[in-house]
Design a protein around this ligand. Sequence first.
Ligand code: GLA
Length: 740
Amino acid sequence: MSLVTVLSPAPGQPLFFLRGAASTYACGVHPSGLLCHLHWGGPLAPDASLAERLESGAAAFSPERRRGAALWPKTGYDTLRYEYPTANTGDFREPAVDVRHADGTHGLRLIYAGHRVLPGKPALPGLPATYAEAPAEAETLEVDLRDERENSGILVTLSYTVFADRDVIARSARITNRGSAPITLTRALSAALDLPHHRHDLLTLPGAWARERWVERAALRSGAQWIGSRRGASSHQSHPFFALLAPQADETQGEARGFSLVYSGNHHGGAEVDQLFRARALLGIHPDGFEWHLAPGESFQTPEVVLAFSAAGLGGLSGQYHRLYRERLVRGPWRDRERPILINNWEATYFDFTAEKLAAIARTAGALGIELFVLDDGWFGKRNDDTTSLGDWFVDRKKLPEGVADVGRRIEAEGLRFGLWFEPEMISPDSELYRAHPDWCLHVPGRARTEGRHQLVLDFSRPEVVDAIYTQVAKILREAPIGYVKWDMNRHLTEVGSAALPPERQGEVFHRHILGVYAFAERLVREFPELLIEGCSGGGGRYDPGMLHYTPQFWCSDNTDAIARLRIQHGTSLVYPPCTMGAHVSAVPNHQLHRSTSMGTRGRVALAGQFGFELDLTKLDEADLAEAKDLVEQAKRTRHLLRHGDLHRLADPASGNLAAWMLVSPERDEAVVTAVLALAEPNWRFAPLHLRGLDPTARYRCVHGPEGEWTGDVLMELGLPLDALSQDFQSLRWHLRRIA
Ligand code: GLA
């Protein structure tokens, strides 16, 4: 049976049903010709009589239009439930798309003009996206809508991909000017839909530097509740994701609907509750600072939104995103490989290092079983602090007289692979590049160039700028034995203008810049397919699905304090699988929060993601070295669970003193369970920790961690005792294996 079913209750009014594993998405053409939303939720059998459910009636003050003795004598344009709402033709709610026409007027009304069903999933030109590896994995419905205005020539094609055996729909829109005059898009969001009621909680992931993706949840109320970034990056402050949850939904039950934008630039999204208490959800590129000039014959492609549904609460929703993102968003050979355990020198040395010092850290690392050494910021130009040299991607011979390749060879001699830090999109005013090309940064003539961390942003909307940086970076990668790159991005965009674009295209710079970032990434992964790239932006500032398409893992946060990390990692795990999440053991007192926690707890928290270290190993005492070695061994013994296991969040660090989570193998024969106590309370006992996802009849033995042997039903129904947790920052980790 196909995934997309098209029924024709009346000529020119098809109904579309997209069938997920345990969900259905349905929409159809209303008698007015408008494409309207029907259903997104549990399974619904295709049925032509459901066409009448597209009707919405009118409300007082609702714009309507008569059409002779039409089938739809009264249609309230602001009460219909749309799939892609438009501006200035009677729907007063937030539009998904708007156009300024050549005559200066704006608005459009989109009427059904045809559709097709394609096997698989077409790529989005120039944009990261989820993909199907075989045609049978997915089906794509494309619906053409044309602007009703005479001679307008605007064609909007909505794309819906439904994946077999998943509950996700990827949506995007392509807008084409088939008229004879230029038009200007003033907004072009990726997806919208009108849900039948507003009884949902809106869950978002706002944050700040060192405090990324804290979960916020509040009931929807009348009016607009938006999230958004105007920073030119997905950012620490807002995150391009939200979910609408049934009020009673929790980790394991209740309906949850997710909206995740596969994009790294500005975003705008959320929900608007209308006068009839229905909820419009939408997500896409932020309309502020966005315009796109479309000459006759040109098209604009929006990034995609991944919609996910689960009736099994937030845990079920995360499961949908985790599986799709690790299997069909991340790409390249590292997608399916276990990742190396790394040591990064940033918090160990900052800018102050020599080749000998690096080799000494690598030597200790090698003895512990660590597999990759990452040389962070400070190896290039004349960079001894953060005031200079971005854009000068050649080695600092004063600091490293024998060059980067020599450092790489020394590291390899210690038995580790070698990795290097870059920040390709940036330029320091104090750099050779800036002195040669002062117009290569984003800027507005006559306006001061605002710096952030003493740096400016290169104008990646210009292909020659992208090319020049690529040439420098690729030269280093070709010459030195480099297996890994950390790709950083340490400020947001200001004075967003380009010296290379004409006035009518200045509104395109934000998006063109991101397209340049993606073009750079695409070139990098094509020329160096074996390179493992870890994304970073002052920690997790650009940890988004767009970047994950190129960088299979992302540095989760510059905050390496184990206790603060609990909440950051918990929020991150709502959307992103643990195998994408960089997490390191750092020194104590912690450099961000000055808190001291044990090596064991720092390690157990870092073992929740792609494990590594970020401290001077040569300064550890014998006891910590032994514990670090044990952590490395645990990381190796359980990293297949990180790659393929299912995550269950067992205790939310934001709603108590305890954080707990577990990973279970798909075969349910192995699991790791971690519990971390933040602050101890007097005379207190935690209830046992109820596990999930195990085989109730199987017997499990703890092969590393507190000793014990239990059956799956006992672990799930009675729980693992937590009596041993009684001190601040204490933690436990069980590695469970099924026994015969
Ligand atoms: C950012 C990153 C850090 C480190 C520094 C180097 O802050 O998040 O991990 O690489 O830059 O300057």
